[in-house]
Ligand binder design. Sequence first.
Ligand code: ADP
Ligand code: MG
Length: 616
Amino acid sequence: KETMESFKYQADTAKLMELIINSIYSNKEIFLRELISNASDALQKIRFLSLLDASKLGSDTLDDLKIKIAFDSENRLITITDNGIGMTKNDLVNNIGRIAQSGSKQFLDKLHETGDLSGIIGQFGVGFYSVFLVSDSVTVISKHNDDPTQWIWRSDLKGVNETSYTISPDPRGNTLGRGTSIVLHISEDSELDPFLDQEELTDLVIKYSQFIDFPIYMYKYVWENVPIEKKPENDEKQPEKEPENEPVTDFEIEEDEPENLDQDEKIDEPETERIQMWKWVMMNPQKPIWIRNSKDISPDEYNSFFKMLSKKTEDPMTYIHFSAEGEAEFRSILYVPGSLPFGSVEQAMPHNNKIKLYVKRVFITDNFLDELLPTYLSFIMGVVDSDNLPLNLSREMLQKHRLLKLMKNKLTRKCLEMIRKIFQEDDDVKKSRFWSEFGTYIKGGIIEEKRPPFQNKLIDLVRFYSSKSEDKMVTLKEYAENMKEDQKAIYYIGGSRKEVVAQSPHIERLKEMDYEVLYLIDPIDEYCVLAIDKYNGTRFVDASKESLFASDEENKIIEELEEEYEDLISWFKMIILDKVDRVTISRRLKSSPCVISSKDYGVSANLERILKAQPL
Ligand code: ADP
Ligand code: MG
């Protein structure tokens, strides 16, 4: 016979809990966000499984999947129940009692770095532990299809041993059918009392329910008009009552106010009385945001949706909301984030979670980034909801589906449109922020993107500092407009820093001729101009290449000079020919006595430096 077992938290978990329990972070309400998001994840899992095998839902239909939130201020309890996938005993030990090793380590590092618990807790698989921001005792009751027993997991911080939890079979048997119920005992602390106040809790639940695709009900008292004869007898609390089929919404209740009723009609109405009663009230009657008409959605709503997707507190830089018609029908909201996820190019997190793919509003995967966007757009986040992808395909079949290719094309085009708009606006700060965060991606895109219509859009965005514009980057269009009448090429010089290339002897003569020279100081820049090859028919020329100014006339002068300085050249050759290919009269120098330069058909010195620095 199975009985109660005690478990110790792992060292890392215990450390994390201690940190959270003693945290001085003010934003304690995020526990609700994390629990609602876990319940929604669990519902998404069972909904997905049921697509391939409907029997997984038991007697439920897809419409029965929901989240229920109840509270009891007297006993300081908040209960969050879902009929999602549930947890087996093993799941409880592995997923609740333990944190994925890598997750907790990264989380603690990041917490030290930013001090922003609420902004990062959901990102490292430690969201559940936010319950300890507000509770001194937590009970998780769970029933999974694959485990005949309904289990009770319990962690009681009031006990002597703060670093253990227990798991026992539920003596009541299987009361949930399938799913999870999490009961929080809110710590005795007046600061936490608002979480037990109906109105305050309602506001919070609404705040964190908005973008969840499952109905969320809250058990609360409401004022209702009831016919006097049919007054219900028990108007007291019944937390286990099922939500009614027709959900009452706050909105509908307002409509019920009998304000402008016609006198004649009023006579026919039965006499009513206004009474207070407990009801399950739906908190998120809105359709998913991407289904709604963009005209009805405020920028604030778009920003909040982004924060929910990214689990960050930062606003996005911009977004686009559209629906695609034709062979591939889908709706999508795409965002350019405010910054790179971890401050630098994707070190900590893999590419997933960026784009959520839905089919007819059913969440399918957030692991299809490569199928939906080219690599150079992998910083974009958002949702895509297809109307005509088949629902019941295996992942492998879906991955190869022909419609995905069409969707990828359209999504790419829309991303580029959204980015182009940033550069059409008059917001210089935004432009330079975009470029400093994501410019490397765009330059990578010029190299990666082989389709001219897309590549050209990327080329339009690219910008560099130059000899005539050392503080503000110039686009190629601006460069072309600035070209001298006799100028035949777009000149560039590569190097590690602006200050260094600006002093380069290679560009002395170009500057004197009043030609603009682009400064390529990002390691990827030279690859990028090699990929562009020609801009509007004008080729790019490396200012450090030796035949920069070759013309018949010049060649003749050089020949004469070579004759004149023959002895000097032979002397140079004698002493350094093992280090260089050739010694010749320079065509470019003005004030510097000599320069070491690349051959016309070799890599430039700068590119050589970069290639050498690259791990093979
Ligand atoms: P994350 O959600 O990022 O995985 P959490 O700490 O929020 O991290 O949750 C840890 C794990 O606990 C989840 O991955 C899931 O396996 C399990 N879990 C939490 N809440 C539920 C729930 N309501 N139903 C089923 N499983 C859950
Ligand atoms: Mg979570």
